[in-house]
Design a protein around this ligand. Structure first.
Ligand SMILES: *Cc1c(COP(=O)(O)O)cnc(C)c1O
Length: 414
């Protein structure tokens, strides 16, 4: 391989190498597994230890395709059908190439699902958060943002990029939020940004109490339901739907990349608010729209998710069962109130080593979660059992975990 040539300004490769080495020393260099998903056999997949190595059969335990929608027959058929009719790409930004009809329909479906007037799609959930939050916080004159301490990187990026004043309230701590709101000038616009299901601890926000606080101080509410859409509520529209609170949120944000099994993101809200974001967000205007094939897939996935009551029941039952099995085995599982099953390790190096052994010796794929995704000292393995992880798979997982915990002298539950 040719070596990059240093420019006249100096040799940058040394800087890149030093920074990467530092990450490795700290044990937080990220390695991505080479995984080939197999439609019809979820959660089985093929893993290749090296690009040319023979593939190994593994069970995936950390997918955010929570209900296996990525292989749903109706979604796959809808996508094949629309490719045959409309081809592949969107043809450009919506500004230049117009709205593909499928996307117009998808936005209408998403708005109705969340009991909102309008919805707007983006190329990912990250882009939706970054674009919408930065526009709202920047374009509302003198806006102050109140952000939960555990908010996702995409929300933090949007808030920071707005350059608006912001305050971080302690995670799910409504009293602290109220204190901060009360300390802010009454006449300035305010925005409270938070999530429903937090994806690392699997805990759930006190949405009603946060909406009460926001209402008392005249603040807009922005809820990221990325880990809840498709999974909670009678039609799967999320925790806000489950708790009958959709009408109290100014913005509900979601992804098409997790329970929908595709990719893309969106916000739902009033006509005016959505038009405001559409009109002022560079991250919406200056980028190619989602292709019709994704929109058609998302519409089919939404239709199937709305009816997926039985899948949702099995999803929750399997998550509860796995937590029970882990607790019985003395493993330090967090008693989350959602479908997310965090197993605490508390050390970056040990966390990566545990994941490596699970994959190489037990054919179990779970990604280690290290800083900065979670605070240092709370490194963990994060399991996301789906309706397709049956009792036998769960038993095999717990047996393998016991073995790895013993070999690495990892702490058991107190
Ligand atoms: C994954 C995630 C996002 C980003 O969604 P993508 O569609 O994957 O870009 C936003 N918020 C939270 C809480 C997430 O976990």
């Amino acid at each position: 391989m040719p070596k990059p040539t240093p420019t006249s300004a100096g040799d940058y490769t040394a800087i890149f190498a030093a920074r990467l080495d530092a990450l490795k020393t700290e044990g937080r260099y990220r390695v991505f597994a080479d995984i080939e998903r197999l439609a019809g056999q979820f959660p089985r997949a093929l893993y290749r230890p090296a690009p040319d190595a023979a593939p190994v059969d593994v069970t995936v335990w950390c997918s955010n395709d929570y209900l296996g929608q990525g292989q749903d027959a109706s979604v796959m058929a809808a996508m094949q059908d629309i490719i045959a009719r409309t081809g592949t790409g969107a043809g450009g930004t919506r500004n230049i190439s117009g709205n593909s009809h499928e996307l117009v329909e998808l936005e209408r479906d998403l708005a109705a699902w969340h009991e909102k007037e309008a919805a707007l799609t983006f190329t990912s959930g990250f882009v939706a958060n970054e674009a919408a939050l930065s526009v709202l916080a920047k374009q509302l004159p003198d806006c102050i943002v109140f952000s939960d301490a555990a908010n996702h990187a995409s929300m933090i990026a949007g808030i920071r990029n707005s350059r608006a004043e912001y305050h971080v309230f302690r995670h799910n701590d409504v009293a602290h939020l109220r204190e901060l709101l009360a300390a802010a000038p009454a006449d300035r616009p305010k925005l409270v940004a938070f999530e429903s299901v937090y994806s690392m601890d699997g805990d759930i926000a006190p949405i009603a109490a946060i909406c009460d606080a926001a209402a008392d101080f005249g603040a807009l509410t922005y809820l990221d339901e990325v880990h809840a859409v498709g999974l909670y509520g009678p039609t799967g529209a999320g925790i806000a739907e489950r708790e009958g609170l959709s009408h109290r949120l100014d913005v509900i944000q979601g992804t098409l990349g997790k329970a929908f099994g595709l990719m893309g993101g969106y916000i739902a809200g009033s006509n005016l608010l959505v038009d405001f974001v559409r009109s002022f967000a560079p991250g919406f205007i200056f980028t190619t729209a989602l292709p019709p094939v994704i929109a058609a897939g998302a519409r089919a996935s939404l239709k199937s998710l709305i009816a997926a009551t039985e899948l949702r029941r099995r999803h929750q039952a399997n998550a509860a069962r796995l937590k029970e099995l882990m607790a019985e085995a003395g493993l330090p599982v967090l008693a989350s109130e959602s479908h997310i099953v965090p197993l605490m390790v508390g050390n970056a190096e040990a966390c990566r080593e545990a994941a490596k052994r699970l994959l190489e010796r037990h054919k179990i794929y779970v990604q280690p979660i290290n800083f900065p995704t979670v605070p240092r000292g709370t490194e963990r393995l994060r399991f996301t059992p789906t309706p397709y992880h049956d009792e036998a798979l769960m038993q095999a997982l717990v047996t393998a975990l016991r073995e790895v915990w013993r070999e690495l002298f990892l702490p058991l539950a107190a």
